[in-house]
Design a protein around this ligand. Structure first.
Ligand code: BG6
Ligand code: MG
Length: 220
């Protein structure tokens, strides 16, 4: 029986993909590297520094750690400028009803995100007081696909992993949730990932009842 739902933030609660893309693209253009929307898809759920490593993977030039940190900071400054446009209408379809319904049923809700901008984003969309706990990129030492972010969220909620359902839009996030021993609902571009236990295009396409009824075969 599912007693807690842990939501990824970017791409699940709110659409920030385009802002991430535009910010990385500006940095890549300045440095003379190619960066496409398809490349951006590979960065879903991946931490800022690991995203930069992926972008620089084929670069002939070698950068020091200090230079890489400066590049990541430049990207974040651009990203934060773009995020300043973010408002409550950026919340993805079905999210608010889903949260209201889960809370009415006494289900704990958490954020499990790789982002270090999570608190800022939650405040911008008016959901900074909604979740029972928020575990984000500032709390963890290992990013998705490592299970740390979800394990920490479950621990803070006082829930066993098998009582938790993770909602994810990224392959790295699905891997992390499975590694944490949790059930997974895939949304958006992750909906065709065969490893997910449930999949929908967005949260307006599923009832909270069917989310909560999910039982993992190994723990049923
Ligand atoms: C994840 C996004 O939620 O957060 C990634 O899917 C992003 O694309 C990562 O790189 C880190 O985000 P931030 O806000 O700390 O740069
Ligand atoms: Mg995501």
């Amino acid at each position: 029986m599912i007693k807690a739902v842990i939501f990824d933030l970017d791409g699940v609660i709110v659409s920030t993909d385009e802002y991430h893309y535009l910010a990385w693209k500006q940095l890549a253009d300045e440095k003379g590297y190619s960066f496409t929307r398809q490349d951006n898809e590979r960065l879903r759920g991946v931490s800022r520094m690991e995203s930069l490593e992926l972008i620089l993977r084929d670069a002939s030039q070698r950068y020091s750690q200090a230079e890489k940190l400066a590049m990541a900071e430049t990207k974040n400054v651009i990203y934060r400028q773009l995020l300043s446009k973010l408002q409550a209408d950026a919340v993805l379809p079905g999210v608010l009803d889903c949260l209201v319904d889960l809370k009415a049923r006494g289900v704990k809700v958490a954020i499990g995100s790789s982002s270090k901008n999570a608190a800022y984003i939650l405040q911008a969309i008016g959901l900074d007081r909604t979740f029972d706990t928020v575990v984000d990129g500032t709390c963890i030492t290992r990013s998705k696909p490592d299970p740390e972010v979800f394990s920490q969220a479950a621990q803070q909620l006082g829930m066993a992993p098998e009582s938790c359902l993770v909602v994810e839009d990224a392959a790295a996030g699905i891997e992390a949730a499975l590694a944490a021993g949790m059930a997974v609902l895939a949304v958006g571009t992750a909906a065709d990932d065969p490893r997910a236990h449930l999949a929908v295009s967005n949260l307006s396409q599923i009832t909270t009842e069917s989310m909560l009824q999910l039982q993992l075969p190994s723990v049923a």
